[in-house]
Design a protein around this ligand. Sequence first.
Ligand code: DAH
Length: 380
Amino acid sequence: MSLKLVHVTSAYDFAASFSQEPAMTDSNDLAKLEADVLKAIDGAGDLAALEDVRVGAVGKKGSVSQQMARLGKMAPEERRAFGQSVNQVKVRVNEALDARKAKLEIAALEARLASETADITLPVRPGPIDEGRIHPVSQVTEELIEIFADLGFAVAEGPDIETDDYNFTKLNIPEEHPARQEHDTFYFNPGEDGSRMVLRTHTSPVQIRTMLASKPPIRIIAPGRVYRCDSDQTHTPMFHQIEALVIDEETHMGHLKWVLEEMCKAFFEVDEVKMRFRASYFPFTEPSAEIDIGADAIGKPGEWLEIGGCGMVHPNVLRNCGLDPEKYQGFAFGMGIDRMAMLKYGIPDLRAFFSADMRWLKHYGFSVLDKPTLSGGLSG
Ligand code: DAH
């Protein structure tokens, strides 16, 4: 028989013995009841046994509580004296219960501490957090932010739903400009004043927002989502770009080249990277160039890979943002983040990026704890 049951029986015994007729009539009986209960409290070996004693004594039908039921049959003077005595017994019993409980709780805790040991030097057990993966786009964005922060760039943001004016006009792409067609724009219905909002087709409108809101020197990057009505193996209607803008009084193409080179070396984690600038055209830069990197850096010797466009900010763009092109000049570039992720981590199909396939994410995703830092070598 377990300890617990012994106590249940004894607690039951009090209740039974003291509630039966003939009723107790003098204080000796009450003293005996108290002594028995206090003894039982002392003898309770664990919290469960103590609870049984408590219920048996001061619970609704407990031996002490039942003494109150006898008050009704007593003469008034007797009733007052007896009532007081019972109350005092109750108070003392409750005090004893509390004291015993505190002792037993400490004992229970000590027993637990002695029996349960934790080896805090063990590695973290794989749990739900280990199942989750950081998407390569998020990871690469973090890597690029880390690199550009080290070069002194701040992160700027703009909305995905952009005005036609910021997405095109202020970037020197007026209405009817052929470049508008190339952007496969998602347009919203025109507002009452005839103006149209668009899903931004590139991160370049963040250049405009930054120049309108702050004074040079400016050094920002703007990573984010962009949208074009285009879908095939190498194009998705939503993708990611990172824009950079530097405006100061003496900024030139040499600075642009150096920043891009440093960025590529840090990003691809190589000591040397071959770069090629191909003359190109963008309405918002003059001169403009397309940036290719020698794919030797990523294990494809002899090949060139295009990573983005760049150039010196067009004087019209500076003027549109209230900056004097005689005083200020600067450079800008824009690159595809998804493309950078594909190149660095050897991911073949762009569409898989956005298909929400857990198997893909498990394979190409990053651990939550794998935070990119330059000191940690970015990809760790
Ligand atoms: N906005 C261009 C695009 O989406 C990319 C680009 C080219 C951004 C040249 C620039 C730049 O800042 O200077 O195709």
